[in-house]
Design a protein around this ligand. Structure first.
Ligand code: GLN
Length: 503
């Protein structure tokens, strides 16, 4: 008998393919783990018991017919609740979409299903992906499995918490300004934001269309590589105009040596206000580990990076304002009953359906796009975007990836960031990556000596060099000795490990 907590995605898929256990047994073990742990973690908005068992049984039936199973056969996987999956609701953690039944399956979800995953449920998030803590979910918060008095991060906090608590082996999230990497960092798991355009967003509810990207969470870099192979298989998606064909083969490129390759470090970033000592020390450790693996450290400059937050919090709300205009209570979402006119219905439906942060973002966007404000804020923000993109392009001339913190400090306590601008400011290390369309990944470093909470390092790479980025992440993981081959890397949070989930 083994525990799901100890199996990597690759090990589960091999076990299912070779008949060591059935996909149904794995599904039952995952649903059991969810049952045992969810009371404290609250990572899911819906657990899809029936769907999971049906899909798993279909996987087992295909095996009995002699069909070749996919590379993720039977792997329990959760999906952020802004992704459509037939047979589930897609709520975006909002009252606005509380009863919205998915009317098709998002391309990214469909590709994971085609690779064989068992969908265990839809994970919690900040409402419409606005936030960094899951506190803005209209339904409930999710808790950090390492310390349930702390946030799991956000906006894909449910996905990160589910993987960290061993409730799912893989999850998908979306990242507009850090929403995969930051919760991965807070929960001690690997979270990757692919380059803009690598993964289709068709069927994923839009937040900031020039920034949004879908990516995987896993407990090891190898698991994330397997998920990336599934996500890019099939090439560009004709239903997402931003999607581009990208080479598969993430898994085979994973162990590519980093010897002689260059890791950029940005001294200016290590001096940023609010960066905790333990995070700083963690980055120094990551530098040494990568050097030990034969990589060469080079100093690079990103002179405009300090302006990234200001630019993002103009561009992202403007795009959100435009995207969320479709929730008018007529075509989509909550409809307030008993209204005399269409205007009244729209106003009251939106007033009831959206929470505080969703309203704040849309009001901000409406203001920033109004005549007068457009020239004063929106246009300069786009100019800053160009400057930041150029900074990166210059930096890529002298390095293959850049190593930097992902977050300024470990996971914070619930309610600690009461001022929204304080929360916005904590995105200082993740946002520039979305602004420039690059790829980025958060790799766990172990627990901080002061906080006893997970710390991480972030690696960023040039657009469409996602495979190279993963090979650096794997080198870091290998050097840190968290990984055992392609086995599970980061452990399931203590307190949750082995409570249920036996196979
Ligand atoms: N924390 C950022 C925000 O609130 C990023 C969110 C995201 O990436 N979805 O906008």
């Amino acid at each position: 008998m083994s525990s799901l907590d100890e199996l990597s995605a690759a090990e589960i898929a091999v076990g299912v393919r070779e008949g060591a256990f059935s996909a149904e047994e794995v599904a039952r073990a995952a649903l059991d783990a969810i049952d045992q742990r969810e009371g404290e973690v609250a990572a899911f908005l819906q657990v899809s018991n029936e769907l999971a068992l049906n899909v798993a049984r279909a996987t087992d039936a295909a095996r009995l017919r002699g069909e070749e199973l996919g590379p993720l056969a039977g792997v329990p996987c959760g999906f952020k609740d802004n992704m459509q999956l037939l047979g589930t609701r897609t709520t975006c953690a909002s009252r606005m979409l509380e009863n919205y039944e998915s009317n098709f399956t998002a391309t990214c979800v469909g590709r994971m299903l085609a690779a064989g995953v068992t969908p265990v449920g839809k994970t919690n998030m900040d409402e419409f992906a606005f936030g960094s803590s899951t506190e803005s979910s209209a339904f409930h918060r999710s808790n950090n499995p390492w310390d349930t008095t702390r946030v799991p991060g956000g906006s894909s906090g449910g996905s990160a918490a589910a993987v960290a608590a061993g409730e799912a082996t893989l999850c998908l999230g979306s990242d507009t300004g850090g929403s995969i990497r930051q919760p991965a960092s807070f929960c001690g798991v690997v979270g990757m934001k692919p380059s803009y355009g690598v993964v289709s967003r068709c069927g994923v509810v839009a937040f900031g269309s020039s920034l949004d990207q879908v990516g995987p969470f896993g407990r090891s870099v190898g698991d994330v590589a397997l998920a990336m192979d599934a996500l890019v298989s099939g090439g560009a998606d004709p239903f997402d105009a931003s999607s581009q064909a990208c080479e598969a083969g993430f898994l085979s490129a994973l162990e590519a040596p980093v010897e002689g390759r260059r890791v950029g470090v940005v001294p200016q970033l290590m001096e940023m206000e609010g960066l905790s000592d333990e995070v700083k020390d963690g980055i120094r450790l990551a530098e040494r580990v990568l050097e030990d693996q034969g990589a060469q450290l080079v100093e690079v400059e990103l002179p405009h990076i300090a302006s990234a937050i200001a630019a993002y919090y103009v561009i992202a709300p403007c795009e959100a304002f435009s995207n969320l205009a479709r929730f008018d209570g007529v075509r989509y979402g909550y409809q307030e009953p008993g209204c005399a006119t269409l205007d009244e219905q729209t106003a009251r439906s939106r007033a009831h359906g959206f929470g505080e942060e969703a309203k704040r973002r849309q009001l901000l966007g409406a203001y920033l796009l109004s005549s007068g404000s457009y020239d004063k804020y929106y246009y300069p923000a786009q100019q800053v975007r160009t400057l930041i993109t150029q900074d990166y392009l210059r930096a890529w001339g002298s390095c293959d990836v850049i190593l930097m913190p992902c977050v300024p400090r470990c996971a914070f306590k619930f309610g600690e960031m009461s001022d929204p601008t304080q929360m916005y400011a904590s995105d200082m290390f993740t946002i520039s990556n979305n602004i420039a369309g690059n790829c980025g990944i958060s790799v766990p470093l172990g627990l901080g000596p002061d906080s006893c909470m997970p710390l991480s390092a972030q690696l960023q790479g040039p657009a469409f060099k996602d495979q190279s980025l993963l090979s650096f992440a794997r080198a870091l993981e290998r050097g840190l000795d968290l990984g055992r081959g392609l086995g599970a890397g980061a452990p399931v949070a203590p307190g949750f490990a082995k409570r249920g989930g036996e196979l």
